[in-house]
Design a protein around this ligand. Structure first.
Ligand SMILES: *Cc1c(COP(=O)(O)O)cnc(C)c1O
Length: 354
C-alpha cells in the first residue's frame, strides 16, 4: 500500500531547550492514520498534519475499551543516523494484542514501514541531546457508532510521535517500590499479555495510592495466589540472586517486554544463567535476608533499565544493594542505551536505520 503524505502548512516551533523535555506532552507536526472497514480490510494509509480526530460519542472504544497500543523510540546518533530499536518486535506484539482484543491484524512489515516513513517526515523532531529520543506511539481503536458489546467492524490505526527528555537527567537513581497486596493488574486468562488500555485503567488506583505513600511504582503479584511476582509498574522485573538472573515466566498475565527479551539475550551472551520461572515475593524476601539478593531492576522502553533500591512489603523494607545501582544493572543499562543511541556497535543486529 502506498502512503499518501499531506504536509502541514503550519509547522510548530520545536523545543529550543532539550533538557526541559518531559514525557508525552508534546507532539510532532504529523501523524499516520489508516482505517479498517469490514469487507475492505485495512486501507487508506496516510500521513497528515497532527491534530484532533472526529469520532462519534457512541464510538465503541470509548465504552468498552477495544484498543491496543505499542511504544518504541527513535534515536538520533552522534554521527547523524536515525535508529529504531527492534520495531519488528513491536509490530509482532501488536498483532498478539490484536488477536486477544478481536482486532483485525495488521501487516507487520507495513507497520514498520509506516513508522519509518512518519519518523522520516518528522525527522527534525528527533532530539539530539544525550538520553533524549523520539517516542513512537502506534495504537488501534474501535470506532463503530454502536453501543452493543461486539467486536468492531470499523477501526483506526494511528501513529503519533513525541520528543522525550532523558529519563535520568541527574544520573540513574534507584526507585522505591511498594509491593501491592490489595489490587491486582491482571489474571491468567485475562489480557495481561496484551498491551491494551484496560490493563492500565486497572492499574491506576494502586499506582495513585503508592505515589501518595512516596513510592515510585508498585510490584504486582499474581491475581490468584497473590504471591508470585509479575511486573513492576509498567515494566518487567529481574532479580539477581546468587549471581543468577531470575525473571517471572510469561504466564499470560505478564507482558512480553522487548527490553526484557533483549536483557535476557545480553545476560546469556555474557555468560549469566537466566531463569524464566515463577518467583514468589517470599523467595525474594528470603534471599534478601540471607544476603543473596544482589540486584533488582525493571525493564521497559521508557526507562530502559530502572534499578530498584527498596521493596516495601507489609511495612517491612527490603533494601537492595544498599539502595545503589548494582554492576549487572549498570552494564545492561550502558549496553542497551549504547546500542540504541548508536554509541556502541550493534553486534546483536537490533537497530534499524531509517
Ligand atoms: C510496554 C510494557 C512493558 C515493557 O515492554 P517493552 O517492550 O520492554 O517496552 C512491560 N509491562 C507492561 C505492562 C507494558 O505495557
Amino acid at each position: 500500500m502506498k502512503i499518501d503524505v499531506t504536509l502541514t502548512k503550519h509547522p510548530k516551533e520545536k523545543p529550543a531547550d532539550e533538557s526541559k523535555l518531559s514525557f508525552g506532552k508534546l507532539f510532532t507536526d504529523h501523524m499516520f492514520i489508516m482505517d479498517y472497514d469490514e469487507g475492505e480490510g485495512w486501507h487508506s494509509p496516510r500521513i497528515v498534519p497532527y491534530g484532533p480526530i472526529e469520532i462519534e460519542p457512541s464510538a465503541m472504544c470509548l465504552h468498552y475499551g477495544q484498543e491496543v497500543f505499542e511504544g518504541l523510540k527513535a534515536y538520533h546518533t552522534a554521527d547523524g543516523r536515525k535508529l529504531l530499536f527492534r520495531p519488528d518486535r513491536n509490530m509482532a506484539r501488536m498483532n498478539i494484542s490484536n488477536e486477544r482484543l478481536c482486532i483485525p491484524k495488521i501487516d507487520e512489515k507495513f507497520g514498520v514501514e509506516a513508522i519509518k516513513k512518519l519518523v522520516e517526515v518528522d525527522k527534525d523532531w528527533i532530539p539530539t541531546a544525550k538520553g533524549t529520543s523520539l517516542y513512537i506511539r502506534p495504537f488501534i481503536f474501535a470506532v463503530d457508532p454502536m453501543i452493543g458489546v461486539h467486536p468492531a467492524k470499523h477501526l483506526k490505526f494511528i501513529i503519533i510521535l513525541s520528543p522525550v527528555g532523558a529519563y535520568y537527567p541527574k544520573g540513574i537513581d534507584p526507585v522505591d517500590i511498594y509491593v501491592e497486596t490489595n489490587y491486582v493488574r491482571t489474571v491468567r486468562g485475562g489480557m495481561g499479555f496484551a498491551k491494551t488500555a484496560g490493563n492500565y485503567a486497572a492499574s491506576l488506583k494502586a499506582q495513585d495510592e503508592a505515589e501518595k505513600k512516596d513510592f515510585t511504582q508498585v510490584l504486582w503479584l499474581d491475581g490468584v495466589e497473590r504471591k508470585y511476582i509479575e511486573e513492576v509498574g509498567t515494566m518487567n522485573v529481574f532479580f539477581i540472586i546468587n549471581g543468577k538472573a531470575v525473571t517471572p515466566s510469561l504466564d499470560g498475565a505478564t507482558l512480553a517486554g522487548i527490553t526484557r527479551m533483549s536483557s535476557m539475550e545480553l545476560l546469556r551472551k555474557w555468560g549469566y544463567d537466566v531463569e524464566e520461572r515463577r518467583i514468589s515475593i517470599d523467595e525474594v524476601a528470603e534471599a534478601a535476608a540471607a544476603g543473596h539478593l544482589d540486584e533488582a531492576f525493571g525493564t521497559g522502553t521508557a526507562a530502559v533499565i530502572s534499578p530498584i533500591g527498596k521493596l516495601c512489603w507489609h511495612d517491612k523494607d527490603i533494601v537492595i544493594n544498599g539502595g545503589k545501582i548494582g554492576p549487572i544493572t549498570q552494564r545492561l543499562y550502558d549496553t542497551l542505551t549504547g546500542i540504541q543511541s548508536g554509541e556502541l556497535e550493534d553486534d546483536m543486529g537490533w537497530t534499524v536505520e531509517i
